[in-house]
Design a protein around this ligand. Sequence first.
Ligand code: NAI
Ligand code: NM2
Length: 501
Amino acid sequence: RGSKFSVRHLKMALLSSLRTPGLCGALSHLAMHIPLNLYKCVAGRVLCQLQACGAADVNAAVRSASAAFTVWSKLAGMERARVMLEAARLIGKRREEIAEIEVVNNGKSITEARLDVDSARLCIEYFAGQATTLSGQHVQLPGGSFAYTRREPLGVCVGIGAWNYPFQIAAWKSAPAIACGNSMVFKPSPVTPVTAVLLAEIYSQAGAPEGLFSVVQGGQETGSLLCHHPSVAKVSFTGSVPTGKKIMEMASRGVKPVTLELGGKSPLIIFEDTDLENAVRGALMANFLSQGQVCSNGTRVFVQSSILPPFLKEVARRTKAIQIGDPLLDETRMGALVSKPHLEKVLGYVTQAKKEGARVLCGGEPFIPADPKLKDGYYMTPCVLDGCTDDMTCVREEIFGPVMSVLSFDTEDEVLRRANDSALGLAAGVFTKDVKRAHRVIENLQAGSCFINNYNITPVEVPFGGYKASGIGRENGQVTIEFYTQLKTVVVEMGDVDSLF
Ligand SMILES: NC(=O)C1=CN([C@@H]2O[C@H](COP(=O)(O)OP(=O)(O)OC[C@H]3O[C@@H](n4cnc5c(N)ncnc54)[C@H](O)[C@@H]3O)[C@@H](O)[C@H]2O)C=CC1
Ligand SMILES: C[N+](C)(C)CCCC(=O)O
């Protein structure tokens, strides 16, 4: 009673995973005997076990993707766009179903899951448009000769996803890949194996050739088989920095390009001239989406000392009001963290912060929802840490949970130096009413994805990605075409060969 979470949702997720046969092309025979695993972060139980794909499965998937590539890469952009727009339409039609399964998959609130599904749809629509505009260049040379360039796809691309945005990541990787004429084998995180399979089903129903987008399940062994596979042309990865380094190393052996979307410890700078209400809202958006499990989160919140007391008061008031619990209820704003070990890791960071002298303004405790069905889920109260200093562990390391560290500063020069004092550089934000200061500060911040007077807004029309150790390449926006294509230059002689020999 009072809860929408039920066995029906668990069954639904399972059913969808068992629908796998027939939608992964060459993998359908494997899927018959792969019972998918669902760790239940929502309710704290395991539904069934996942069997990882081994070398034979990975080879079958890559073979199938190669076959799809030979057909797909020869289509006109308009023809590829038609399939992609149909896939986008199907996603829109199944929005609620996909969102509910994502909730069971990941633990985030239904409200956020719906937005993730929308972002996936928009991304596929956007790159369908890009597919129709791909073109080369024509260059006139002396004597009537000329040259032209062809923008060609790479081949079979591999996508390896993290667990924080399972469906959205699968779309952000596959949409530009297939728009450019590539095929993709995608491996979701073993913690969230389900919704990528729904995307495969949707592409297939939209008319994509068999094997164009297939899903293999498994963890690091399966991932490394994909990275080393000689028929794979590119690897696009989202996840942690240490794993990103390994991916790059593996890809380097085959001289394969990589796109890496890695971690962050991003700064959010709030100046005294800001609209305080907006700054507080921005700070919450920067820290508590997806239970704080977001790579771009602005977890180092620098507040100008003159407005620190009212900022802290308001941020604590709003944080305490965040509704935690059954993620399938519309009013819930914070669901479960992704797994028990991860919850323990995040709570461990709070304990460590207290030891190092930070003050817990609110939260940072395990949370047990009122609904008895959810009592073993992995919930915690969102936490604000005050009195943080630059050398504390909570300020140096990516916590990847609902923990905001507040630091105070006095001058612009000082805060810029401190904000940039990180090996990471994914995102950054500034809140101020001073237009000149806003642009000056952003120009001097070492980060790839920046925000002025908002945070964590990622329209698919603009590139997203990091500086420094936060990654290589970009996702979304026009520039991503360059990361999924290669240029062929063709020189055409219209006269005689002027041979030196
Ligand atoms: N910045 C971000 O976007 C993310 C950061 N993280 C951080 O990383 C921590 C660890 O989480 P994980 O899920 O283990 O992240 P991870 O980075 O190890 O895993 C991401 C993906 O890479 C795959 N993978 C792992 N090792 C691989 C290998 N050697 N070769 C090929 N593929 C491999 C995984 O199966 C998963 O699909 C989290 O606690 C969190 O702090 C996790 C996910 C996303
Ligand atoms: C959509 N947004 C900004 C909340 C997150 C996107 C990046 C990620 O996959 O963590």
